[in-house]
Design a protein around this ligand. Structure first.
Ligand SMILES: [Zn+2]
Length: 248
């Protein structure tokens, strides 16, 4: 775990280049995302316990399996997310598992396929707007439709850090699989500005990195409007996309 501000940690994972977080208060700590299966979640929980013995609250940025299927490995405690996350997981968890078990098997990664096959998400409760950790308050920002219909960002104002989940990514294009591309840019534009923005995958970003990604999301939103207005075909729009080859 790397400390990016006082009591604010970022943990990078080899699998899918996932990035998770830990925020310490005087009385409680918050874990942000729990990895993609119970075994990876247990490894993350052990890494958390090397940093703190505080009671833990888990906050999920969204319901894609790689961010939340490891929750059951954590000690019993609150699990919070956007109000829409619970229904999304109830609806999609089995499908997500089946899709990725097949994908890992096809890639010859039997261990990961087996670990995911044994994992099920803990269904989260609706997050309040903020959490008091003892001498520190974190803001839980439930966003409008963007990367998914239930994205949640975690702002640590006194550390000047924002955990943005997959609303931003570094080192890879945004994932549009469940996305709402026409609204995504305005959601990112409305997020609090922070010195350090932690993406769902990849290295923490500075404000210039976030601004660059916002510009690309705006470009995609413009292309989507042009398709809706009949000015471009979908194929023409995708050919002009800042993320060539990424479907949206
Ligand atoms: Zn995602």
């Amino acid at each position: 775990m790397k400390e990016v501000a006082d009591g604010v940690f970022v943990h990078r994972h080899a699998e899918l280049d996932l990035t998770t977080g830990l925020v310490l208060g005087a009385d409680r700590a918050v874990v942000i995302d729990t990895c993609g299966d119970r075994a990876q979640g247990a490894a993350l929980a052990a890494a958390v316990r090397r940093v703190t013995a505080l009671p833990l609250t888990v906050v999920l940025t969204h319901g894609h399996f790689d961010h939340c299927f490891g929750t059951a490995a954590f000690p019993p405690g609150p699990v919070l997310a956007h109000p829409g996350c619970r229904a999304f997981l109830a609806r999609t968890a089995d499908g997500q598992r089946a899709e990725w078990v097949a994908r890992y098997r096809a890639e010859g990664r039997a261990d990961l396929a087996a670990a995911l096959g044994r994992s099920a998400p803990v269904l989260p409760a609706a997050a309040p707007a903020s959490l008091e950790l003892g001498g520190r308050t974190v803001e839980l920002i439930a966003c409008g439709p963007a990367h998914t219909d239930h994205d949640l960002a975690v702002h640590v104002p006194d550390g000047d850090v924002l955990f943005a989940g997959d609303l931003v990514e570094s080192g890879a294009p945004p994932d549009y699989g469940d996305a709402h591309p026409s609204g995504w840019a305005s959601v990112v534009a409305a997020l609090p500005r922070a010195s350090v923005t932690v993406p769902g995958h990849g290295e923490p970003m500075d404000p210039d990195g976030v601004a660059a990604q916002l510009a690309e999301l705006r470009e995609v939103a413009g292309l989507v409007s042009a398709v809706a207005a009949g000015e471009l075909t979908t194929a023409e729009a995708r050919a002009r996309s800042p993320h060539p080859g990424v479907a949206w």
